[in-house]
Design a protein around this ligand. Structure first.
Ligand code: ATP
Ligand code: MG
Length: 333
C-alpha cells in the first residue's frame, strides 16, 4: 500500500485531480489517499495558503499529487519544495501524436537543480541604479543533482547525459558545475552512460535544431527553468506537460499548468498533464508496469483522437477524456 497526499488546490486543479484519481482506480494498486488543502481557496478559508497540517501530511506520505494553486502558487510550491527538500525538478519533454508538437519522436528529460543557483533569491539593491543577485553553486547540491541525472539515465535505459552550463563566462560557478558533472560521469562510464556538455545558449538552439539527439539534460536552477519552458514549447500545449519534484525522503508530482481561471468550472480542462504526473509518480514508486500501462492508455486516446478536450481541438469534456483513458487501462487487466 502507498500513502498518497492529494492536494487538488484551485480552479482546474480540482477538475484534473478528480479525473486522474478516477483513472488511477483502474490500476492494480492499493493507493491510500489523504486529501489536504493549499492554495487561494485555502487562504480564504484558513487564513493561510499552506497550512502546517498540509506540510506534515506531505512529509509523511510516500508521494504527493498536487493539482494547481492560483495566485498563491509560487508561495505554496516554493515553500513545499523547501520544507520537503525537493532538490530535483524533473520535466519530461515528449511529443505525443494528435497534439501541437513541433516534431514527432522527441523524448528527453530535463533534470533541474531545485535548491540553489539564482533561486536562493540572495539579492541586494545598492542604490536606485544598482543591484546584485548572488548565484550560489555548491559541490553538495550540484553533485547530488548530477548523480540523480546519471542514476535516472541508468534506470531508464538511456545512453547519454548532457550537462548544460556557461562555464566559459561564469568560470568559478559553472566551472565548478562542469567539473562536478564530469567527475560524476566517471562513476557511470562502466554502466554505459556517455557524458557531453554544452553551453546553455548553444543548447537553447540545439533543442530546436536537433531535439532528437538529447536523452537526459542536467543543469543549474535558472537554466533548467528556461530550457524547461522551451521544451514545453517544443511539444506543445500546457495541458500535456507533467513535472516531478524529488527529494531524499519525499516527492511531489504536479502538472506544469496553473489553475486556469479562464476555463475553470467549465469541465473542459485537459486532464493529461495531471495523469502524466501520476505516471511519473508510479515510476518513482517503482510501479513501472502500472506506469507504462497508464502511459500507453493515454497514448492510445491521443492517437485515436476521438475523446480530446478543446485545447487539443476536440470537443470532449475532462470526464469524457478520463473515461476513455480508463477504458484503455482496464484492457490491461
Ligand atoms: P494561474 O494563475 O493559476 O497560473 P493562469 O491564468 O496562468 O493561471 P495557466 O493554468 O497557467 O493559467 O494556463 C494558461 C493558459 O493555458 C490558459 O488560457 C489556460 O486556459 C490554458 N490551460 C492551462 N492548462 C490547461 C489544461 N489542463 N487544459 C486546457 N487548457 C489549459
Ligand atoms: Mg500560469
Amino acid at each position: 500500500m502507498y500513502n498518497i497526499t492529494v492536494i487538488p488546490g484551485d480552479g482546474i486543479g480540482k477538475e484534473v485531480m478528480k479525473a486522474t484519481l478516477s483513472v488511477l482506480d483502474a490500476l492494480n494498486l492499493n493507493l491510500n489517499y489523504t486529501f489536504a488543502e493549499a492554495g487561494d481557496e485555502c487562504l480564504e478559508i484558513n487564513g493561510e495558503a499552506l497550512p502546517e497540517k498540509t506540510i506534515q501530511l506531505c512529509k509523511k506520505s510516500d508521494a504527493c499529487l498536487f493539482g494547481a494553486a492560483g495566485e498563491t502558487a509560487a508561495d505554496v510550491i516554493v515553500k513545499l519544495r523547501h520544507e520537503m527538500e525537493l532538490f530535483a525538478n524533473l520535466r519530461p519533454v515528449k511529443s505525443y501524436p494528435g497534439t501541437n508538437a513541433l516534431f514527432n519522436d522527441i523524448d528527453f528529460m530535463i533534470v533541474r537543480e531545485n535548491t540553489e543557483g539564482l533561486y536562493k533569491q540572495d539579492e541586494e539593491k545598492y542604490t536606485e541604479n544598482g543591484a546584485e543577485a548572488k548565484r550560489i553553486i555548491t559541490r553538495q547540491a550540484e553533485s547530488r543533482i548530477c548523480d540523480y541525472a546519471f542514476k535516472y539515465a541508468v534506470k531508464h535505459g538511456k545512453s547519454k547525459v548532457t550537462g548544460v552550463h556557461k562555464a566559459n563566462v561564469l568560470k568559478k560557478t559553472d566551472g565548478l558545475f562542469k567539473k562536478i558533472f564530469y567527475e560524476t560521469a566517471e562513476n557511470y562510464k562502466n554502466k554505459g552512460i556517455d557524458a557531453e556538455d554544452f553551453y546553455v545558449d548553444a543548447t537553447a538552439m540545439y533543442l530546436i535544431t536537433q531535439p532528437k539527439t538529447f536523452e537526459v539534460l542536467v543543469t543549474t536552477n535558472l537554466f533548467g527553468d528556461i530550457l524547461s519552458d522551451e521544451g514545453a514549447g517544443l511539444v506543445g500545449g500546457l495541458g500535456l506537460i507533467p513535472s516531478a519534484n524529488i527529494g531524499e525522503n519525499g516527492a511531489l508530482f504536479e502538472p506544469v499548468h496553473g489553475s486556469a481561471p479562464d476555463i475553470a468550472g467549465k469541465g473542459i480542462a485537459n486532464p493529461l498533464a495531471m495523469m502524466l504526473s501520476a505516471v511519473m509518480m508510479l515510476n518513482y514508486l517503482g510501479e513501472t508496469e502500472e506506469a507504462e500501462n497508464l502511459d500507453k492508455s493515454i497514448l492510445k486516446v491521443l492517437k485515436e483522437s476521438k475523446n480530446l478536450t478543446p485545447d487539443l481541438n476536440g470537443n470532449s469534456t475532462t470526464d469524457e477524456m478520463a473515461e476513455a483513458v480508463k477504458i484503455e487501462l482496464l484492457k490491461f487487466n
